[in-house]
Write a protein that binds this ligand. Structure first.
Ligand code: XMP
Length: 514
């Protein structure tokens, strides 16, 4: 196994991800927790020093333990990790001046020395890399040679081949270093890894960790039917069986058949203990008369917590709360909390239960990215229909029903949405689309059907492509598809006589209407 010592880079998890992609098990340990003794106990086959925001010249800035250099295992230092290595081993780092600071794309030129770790690099001359540094190495440590330079980093790639210490100024783990993965692959090979670790092994390890953390205590888990909470629930179930109780809250704002499908899937297929909390009357009652988006969100968020707490209290001996927090959620809450950004929407989801519940958290997906969670889901035997599901927001149909929420409008919306999704599936487009739904608009329009006048609701279809939900493009359906779907909705759904297609991207729009 490999060890990543984290000095606080925003992209440390990407290093872990690259290692996993190369079939290598690794753990990330914050530098504060790594001592000579803990390092020896961990017994890594290779060590990676991550980047970080600090400057090695600052008194008290982060350092790896001395033992790291004495274990005789390969080390790869990245950015701050390079600087700290040079500094510790007798080189010199200089503060950045404007002229030498580099942020963004840069090109590294090879030196005449050859290095095994660079196999597959420089085939077309220069190599594009991603830099993000103010300071830079000014003098290399004894034993190190230079293998690549960039305009702002004369020591872009350095290595001491005798000791297998490698230190680079750029970030090979990010997407903008296109050949970065080759560096990792070569480094890991050189460290003697066979690359045979898989998500199946991750699952085994996650299960062992859950067992160790939870012992014989009871765990509760909010299940929404989304990928993250489903995978969390299944993993826990495999780890601790009946010590897990899931709570599924029906807030009256779910899509057609959603509650039935989720409940059936988890109780019949998996025999998971599940409390079905039908609180739709409560939610819809409190939402009556509300038409402001933020007010709706706040009400739903608050009720969800109350309800969850109420059911959690009935589960005897519950000491742990399992949540499907993913790595991007961790990063977002760390880097944006207290930041200057404005609140566009008060997001809420099952993963956002408050700490004051007095339960300890179990978050087995904390290190993973969404696509890795999907792979893990497959590993756990979760059917594709669940794994590939579009995201569904915590506040549900409330935010797809601009204006006042009524039971009548929700019923119409459910039907229209079901027809729309059915069309998308029939045309084989579901997996190409990040998210698709119908919103019912707070206007009624005049139409003519048969020989009669209609005065019914208008609706908007929405479908977007996106990588992470932060930005999005509308999906370019064919006119045939749009026409056919509009006709089906109007014919099959009583209460709708006009259909529009929303072609706003994000920004300036958001994915949901509210
Ligand atoms: P917006 O509308 O902000 O949505 O562009 C981006 C993504 O987030 C989902 N979304 C939510 N998810 N709780 C959630 O769990 C929420 O309160 C919430 N609001 C929006 C939205 O469906 C899209 O995938």
């Amino acid at each position: 196994k490999a060890l990543i010592i984290d000095f606080g880079s925003q992209v440390t998890q990407l290093i872990a991800r690259r290692l996993r992609e190369n079939g290598v098990y690794c753990e990330i340990h914050p530098y504060q927790n790594v001592t000579d003794a803990s390092l020896k106990a961990y017994n890594p086959k290779a060590i990676i020093f991550s980047g970080g925001p600090d400057s090695v010249m600052r008194e008290g800035s982060p350092r790896p333990p001395k033992a790291a250099y004495e274990l005789g295992v390969p080390i790869l230092g990245i950015c701050y990790g390079q600087q700290v290595m040079m500094h510790d081993l007798g080189g010199r780092v200089e503060a950045g001046e404007h002229a030498t600071a580099e942020f963004g794309r840069a090109f590294v030129t090879p030196s005449s020395n050859k290095l095994d770790m660079l196999e597959g690099w420089f085939e077309d001359g220069n190599e594009q890399v991603w830099m993000s540094h103010g300071d830079h190495v000014a003098e290399r440590a004894p034993g190190f040679e230079v293998y690549g330079t960039s305009p702002g980093a004369p020591f872009a790639i350095t290595a001491d081949v005798k000791r297998n210490f490698f230190a680079v100024q750029f970030h090979p783990e990010v997407h903008h270093t296109p050949n970065g993965n080759k560096l990792y692959a070569n480094f890991l090979k050189l460290a003697g890894f066979k690359g045979d670790w898989t998500m199946g092994a991750y699952r085994e390890e996650a299960i062992a960790r859950i067992r160790e953390q939870v012992g014989d205590k009871q765990v509760i888990c909010g299940l929404s039917g989304g990928v993250d909470s489903s995978v969390t629930a299944l993993l826990l179930h495999q780890a601790i069986g009946d010590q897990l109780t899931c709570v599924f809250v029906n807030n009256g704002l779910l899509r057609k058949n959603e509650a039935e499908e989720v409940v059936a899937m988890f109780t019949e297929n998996y025999k998971i203990k599940l409390v079905y909390a039908d609180e739709s009357e409560l939610f819809l009652g409190e939402l009556e008369g509300q038409d402001d988006p933020e007010t709706k969100r706040k009400i739903i968020g608050r009720l969800f917590i109350d309800v969850f707490q109420k059911y959690a209290d009935t589960i005897e001996g519950a000491e742990f709360l399992a949540q499907g927090t993913l790595y991007p959620d961790v990063i977002e809450s760390v880097s944006f909390s207290g930041g200057p950004s404005v609140t566009i929407k008060s997001h809420h989801n099952v993963g956002g239960l408050p700490e004051k519940m007095g339960l300890k958290l179990v978050e087995p997906l904390r290190e993973l990215f969404k696509d890795e969670v999907r792979i893990l889901g497959r590993e756990l035997g979760l059917p594709q229909s669940f794994i590939g599901r579009h995201p569904f927001p915590g506040p549900g149909l409330a935010i797809r029903c601009p204006g006042l929420i009524t039971r009548e409008k929700l019923a119409i919306l459910r039907e229209a949405d079901a027809v729309y999704i059915d069309q998308i599936r029939k045309h084989g487009l579901y997996d190409e689309i990040w998210q698709a739904y119908v919103a019912i608009l707070p206007v009624r329009t005049v139409g003519v059907m048969g020989d009669g006048r209609t005065y019914d609701y208008a609706c908007a279809m929405r479908a977007v492509t996106s990588v992470d939900g932060m930005t999005a493009d509308y999906y370019p359906f064919s006119h045939e598809f749009l026409g056919e779907t509009a006709t089906r909705i109007i014919n099959e759904v009583k209460g709708i006589n006009r259909v529009t297609y929303d072609i706003t991207s994000k920004p300036p729009g958001t994915i949901e209407w509210e």
